[in-house]
Design a protein around this ligand. Structure first.
Ligand code: GDP
Length: 402
C-alpha cells in the first residue's frame, strides 16, 4: 500500500514540475526584446538639428498647460474657470511740471551736442587764427547743420569780435561764443505755445509734419505739458491714415485723463478735426490738440487735406497754433519738409524732435532761419515727459558748458 502511495506522490510531483516548465517557457516568450545597447549617460546631449528646437525636460508639460489655457481651446474651457473681471480704470498720471525742463534734460543735449561747442572753443583757442582755422570753424558749423547763411554770418561776427578783442583768454572766448550763438538763435522770438481759450471756445492747436517725425508722440507729450500746467485737453486723432495713430494718441490721452475724438480708419481727417473742436466747445475744455496725417504724397494733396482741416476748425474757433514737427536727425531733408509745409499752411511754431539722438543741433538755427518761425519745443527722448519748451540760453549753455 505504502509503495502505491509513494508512486502516486512521485507521479503528482512530476506532473506539477512539467506544467511549471510549460508556463515558464510561455512567459519568457512574452518579454520584450532587450535594447540593442544601453544609452551612454556620460555622452553630451545631441545638438538639435537645424529647424529643430532643443527640448528641455518639462517642455512637453509646459506646452500642454499653455495649450490648455488658450482661450477658446476645448481643454481650456474645462480647466480655466471664467470669472468676469471688471476692467481696471487706467490710473491717471500727474506729469512733471514744465518749468525748467530743458535745464533738467540738459545732459541729453550735451551728450550729443557739446562736440559742436567744444570743437568751436578749441579752434578759437588756437594761438594763430589763420584762414585755415576759420575754414575749420566754418566746417564745424556746417557739419552741425547750422546752414550756410547763418554759418557765414556767425563766422563773420566771430572774426570781427576776435580781432577787436586782441588777446583772448579761454573765459573771454567762451563768453564771446555764447553771446554770438545766442544772438543767432533769435532770443527775442516769442516761444510760448498759444493755447489760450477765448470767449466760449478752447485754444486750438494743429500739429503737422511728415509721418515718422514724432508727430503723434509730440501731440501726446504736449497734452501732458498742458495738463501739468492745469489745463483740460481734448485730443483729435485726425491722422486717420496711419492705422495705429489713433490708438497711440488715445493711449497718451488716457494716461493724463484727456479724451480722444476719433473717426473711422481712413475716414475724413477734417470731420475728426471738426468733431474734436465741437467736443472741446461742448465740454468747456481749455485746449483742443489735433494730430494730422503727414503724407507727403503730393503738395496739392497735402494742401487740400490740411487746408480743409484748417477751414472746418476755423468755422468753430480760431486756430491758435500750427506746430510743425521736424526730426532733428534728418538734417537737410528736414529743411526740405519744412519748406513744403510752410507753403501749404501757415506754420506758427516748430517742434524739433529727437534732439537727443543727434550731434546736429545746429538745425535749430537753420530751421528758424528757413521759416522765420521760432522753435518752441524740443523732443529729447521717448519718455513721456521728454518734451521741453525751447530756451535758447539753456541750449547754448548745453553746447558750450557754463
Ligand atoms: P508720427 O508718425 O510722426 O506720428 O511719429 P510717432 O509719434 O509715431 O514717432 C515715431 C518714433 O519717434 C517713435 O518711436 C517715437 O517714440 C520716436 N520719438 C518721438 N520723439 C522723439 C524724441 O524726441 N526722441 C527720441 N529719441 N525719439 C522720439
Amino acid at each position: 500500500m505504502d509503495t502505491v502511495i509513494l508512486a502516486v506522490v512521485i507521479a503528482v510531483v512530476a506532473l506539477v514540475a512539467f506544467a511549471g516548465l510549460l508556463v515558464g517557457g510561455r512567459r519568457k516568450k512574452q518579454l520584450p526584446p532587450p535594447p540593442p545597447s544601453a544609452p551612454d549617460i556620460t555622452a553630451p546631449p545631441a545638438e538639435p538639428k537645424a529647424g529643430e528646437e532643443a527640448e528641455t525636460p518639462g517642455d512637453e508639460e509646459r506646452r500642454t498647460t499653455e495649450e490648455a489655457d488658450l482661450p477658446g481651446s476645448p481643454t481650456g474651457a474645462t480647466l480655466v474657470e471664467e470669472v468676469p473681471v471688471e476692467p481696471a480704470a487706467p490710473a491717471v498720471e500727474v506729469p512733471e511740471p514744465t518749468a525748467g525742463r530743458l535745464v533738467r534734460l540738459r545732459a541729453r543735449l550735451s551728450r550729443s551736442q557739446n562736440a559742436l561747442g567744444k570743437g568751436l572753443l578749441t579752434l578759437l583757442s588756437r594761438e594763430h587764427l589763420d584762414e585755415d582755422t576759420w575754414e575749420e570753424i566754418e566746417d564745424t558749423l556746417l557739419t552741425a547743420d547750422v546752414g550756410v547763411q547763418p554759418t557765414q554770418e556767425l563766422v563773420e561776427r566771430l572774426r570781427e569780435r576776435v580781432r577787436v578783442l586782441g588777446t583772448r583768454t579761454p573765459e573771454e572766448l567762451r563768453n564771446l561764443l555764447r553771446e554770438e550763438l545766442l544772438q543767432i538763435l533769435n532770443p527775442e522770438f516769442d516761444r510760448s505755445v498759444k493755447t489760450d481759450a477765448k470767449e466760449g471756445t478752447p485754444g486750438v492747436v494743429m500739429v503737422v509734419g511728415v509721418n515718422g517725425t514724432g508727430k503723434t508722440t509730440t501731440t501726446g507729450k504736449l497734452a501732458r505739458v498742458l495738463v501739468a500746467d492745469g489745463r483740460t485737453v481734448v485730443l483729435g486723432a485726425a491722422d486717420t491714415f496711419r492705422a495705429a495713430a489713433a490708438d497711440q494718441l488715445q493711449t497718451w490721452g488716457e494716461r493724463v485723463g484727456a479724451h480722444t475724438v476719433r473717426g473711422p480708419e481712413a475716414g475724413d481727417p477734417a470731420s475728426v478735426a471738426f468733431d474734436s473742436v465741437k467736443e472741446g466747445i461742448a465740454t468747456g475744455a481749455d485746449v483742443v490738440l489735433i494730430d494730422t496725417a503727414g503724407r507727403l504724397h503730393t503738395k496739392t494733396g497735402l494742401m487740400d487735406e490740411l487746408g480743409k482741416v484748417k477751414r472746418v476748425v476755423e468755422k468753430q474757433a480760431p486756430l491758435d497754433e500750427v506746430l510743425l514737427v521736424l526730426d532733428a536727425t534728418t538734417g537737410q531733408n528736414g529743411l526740405v519738409q519744412a519748406r513744403v509745409f510752410a507753403e501749404v499752411v501757415n506754420i506758427t511754431g516748430i517742434v524739433l524732435t529727437k534732439l537727443d539722438g543727434t550731434a546736429k543741433g545746429g538745425i535749430v538755427i537753420a530751421v528758424q532761419r528757413e521759416l522765420g518761425v521760432p522753435v518752441k519745443l524740443v523732443g529729447l527722448g521717448e519718455g513721456a515727459d521728454d518734451l521741453a519748451p525751447f530756451e535758447p540760453q539753456a541750449f547754448v549753455d548745453a553746447l558750450i558748458g557754463d
